[in-house]
Design a protein around this ligand. Structure first.
Ligand SMILES: Nc1nc2c(ncn2[C@@H]2O[C@H](COP(=O)(O)OP(=O)(O)OP(=O)(O)O)[C@@H](O)[C@H]2O)c(=O)[nH]1
Ligand SMILES: [Zn+2]
Length: 351
């Protein structure tokens, strides 16, 4: 029997199950990978494939939450075939693609949600030429908004002679966030990461291609992970196919979510996130004399004063403005998308 607690199951999820659902014999499970509309999950009964309960998920009268990798769901176990997924339990953290293009049909695995229920977000940038504070600011905004705890990982420390200076620069933009410089080549700094790699804790990685995510995962896994990380499955024609698990356990018992969507994650709808990262600037704005201050010509402008006396750097203020504009833009897009979705559902109901 598998203990779902080892897969991150906690009271937060247990409390959401109603008596009626228990009477129905529904049990919790965690989604470990999604391929098109086929789900793979783990429950007390072991690993199995699963599908959505049609009468629940394919009614088009309201917006449904579709499972993402990392989600806890309620299922009816089926020893003979696929388990049936009844409901997605409320998430404590999640990442979604912030620029939703309209799905061609409203069904199946939602393409928008890319990871759910993680504890830590490892924000990665390398200490060599990829080192980029502006990008880290964006990652931070997204991480705060996701509900996970950000941890900054500066990779390839062996390639940088001035990494202490870069750590200091990073500290300035990330008050209260843990920062670790590491090297997968020399093993430098890896020991300290064990603090986060506790049984049942889930991690996701955010960072551009080539900064050393796979190398870190392999170093943490301490054995050739790709071997551990494959699932052999029969496809519909009975062929054997090999797919990669998108949520997997390390030796330490910590869990990692690595989905294609997580890799693509680009721009964010980071309204709240922007405020977290730029709380110093938001504080300044709050102390401008006029509440609708444009920080241009108004008297008593705290932003202009801080820029003038150097307590706020121009580049930081500019990245705040840029990110804020982007967040407003994506929020608008998301709202438009939802209203279109609602309209299309209304019309299909009339038929
Ligand atoms: N010098 C040095 N090179 C590293 C280190 N970690 C990774 N690399 C190299 O950086 C390159 C990219 O590493 P990966 O681990 O594949 O990076 P990734 O982020 O998984 O890249 P994608 O798979 O494209 O997302 C490889 O050539 C690694 O050998 C390190 O600590 N030091
Ligand atoms: Zn002002």
């Amino acid at each position: 029997m598998i203990l779902l607690e080892n897969f991150g199951y906690t009271d937060f999820f247990e409390k959401q199950i109603t008596d009626k659902e228990k009477e129905l014999g529904l049990i919790p499970a965690r989604i470990i990978s999604i391929q098109k509309e086929s789900y793979r999950l783990v429950s007390a009964c072991g690993e199995n494939n699963a599908k959505l309960k049609g009468s629940v998920f394919y009614q088009d009268n309201e917006l449904k939450t579709y499972p993402a990798v990392g989600d806890f769901v309620l299922i009816k176990d089926n020893e003979q075939g696929e388990d049936i997924i009844y409901r997605v339990l409320e998430r404590h953290s999640s990442f979604s693609r912030a620029n939703p293009s309209l799905p061609t049909k409203i069904s199946g695995a939602s393409a928008q949600m890319v990871a759910a229920n993680f504890d830590y977000v490892f924000l990665m940038t390398s200490l060599n030429h990829d080192f980029n504070l502006r990008r880290l600011e964006r990652y931070l905004a997204a991480a705060w908004q996701s509900g996970g705890t950000p941890v900054i990982i500066l990779t390839k420390a062996d390639l940088s002679s001035d990494y202490e200076e870069k750590i200091a620069l990073t500290k300035e933009i990330s008050p209260g966030v843990d920062i670790h410089a590491i090297s997968c080549y020399t093993g430098f700094g890896l020991e300290a990461l064990s603090h986060y790699l506790k049984p049942g804790k889930t991690l996701v990685f955010m960072g551009s291609s080539g900064i050393g995510k796979s190398s870190l995962v392999n170093a943490l896994a301490e054995k050739e992970l790709m071997k551990v990380n494959t699932i052999r499955e029969d496809d519909s024609r009975g062929h054997h196919t090999t797919t990669y698990r998108q949520l997997f356990a390390l030796e330490s018992g910590a869990l990692i979510i690595d989905t294609p969507g997580m890799r693509e994650l680009g721009i964010w709808s980071a309204d709240e996130g922007v405020s977290e990262v730029f709380s110093d600037i938001e504080d300044l704005i709050a102390s401008c004399r006029f509440h609708d201050c444009h920080h241009k010509t108004e008297p008593g402008c705290a932003v202009k004063k801080a820029l003038a006396d150097g307590t706020l750097s121009l580049s930081r203020y500019q990245s705040y403005l840029k990110l804020e504009k982007e967040a407003r833009f994506t929020a608008k897009k998301a709202a438009l998308y939802e209203s279109r979705l609602r309209n299309s559902q209304k019309t299909s109901k009339k038929k």
